[in-house]
Design a protein around this ligand. Sequence first.
Ligand SMILES: [Mg+2]
Length: 255
Amino acid sequence: MKKLIAFDLDGTLAPSKSKFDPRMVALFDKLLEHFEVCVISGGKYELFQRQFLTQITTEPHLLSRLHLMPTSGTRYYRYEKGDWQEKYAENFTSEQKKAIIAALAEGLKESGYAVAKTYGETIEDRDSQITLSILGQEIVAELGEEGVRIKEAWDPDGTKKLKIRDIVAPKIPDFTVRAAGATSIDVTMPGIDKAYGMDKLMEATGYSKSDILFMGDKIVPGGNDYAVYEHGIDCIAVRSWEDTAYALEGIVSAI
Ligand SMILES: [Mg+2]
């Protein structure tokens, strides 16, 4: 029996940068009654708040079972004493940030994939991770479902992201450059991926790989969930949050 179920966020628990569907909220709350739960994402903590923390249960004993790992586990939050407490954060220096931001800006330009109309910032400094969002961070906040549709149509097979990654990576060899969500490229310290996050989680909980089940929508080579699978953790690959909901309904009904 698994003790902890870990999830990717975008494309796995909700559409990209969107809120949980009420069906997912109910399943997530139910899951917390029986398992420890981790959400690990390249996204920042503020997105965790926007996408689900404001909707799920407010019961402290349930929230105490939830492990939040924004920015691929370079930050870790637990619910203690009535609020979310940052347990650690591994941040870049300002020199490192400058070099990364310049490489992302140049790489996007050289790739020819820069778009004329963007929404919000395209390069976002998340302190422990810097993210290039080709269409802009706020496209879903501004356009809603239409924004999700535009994002999903931009690079469905991932080739544009991989090309940008291949241009950026040699410019900053001290860092890891990775195709991330639907329209984003993440830069982190070397060795930071969701497998690193899972190691941090095991360190914090004392659980071993066999105690954990992971669900993600990018468990394919080049995808940002693949490292967890390669790390030897049992995985369920999903195509969308609806697949995840279906799997969770099975898990919850078997309890
Ligand atoms: Mg995803």
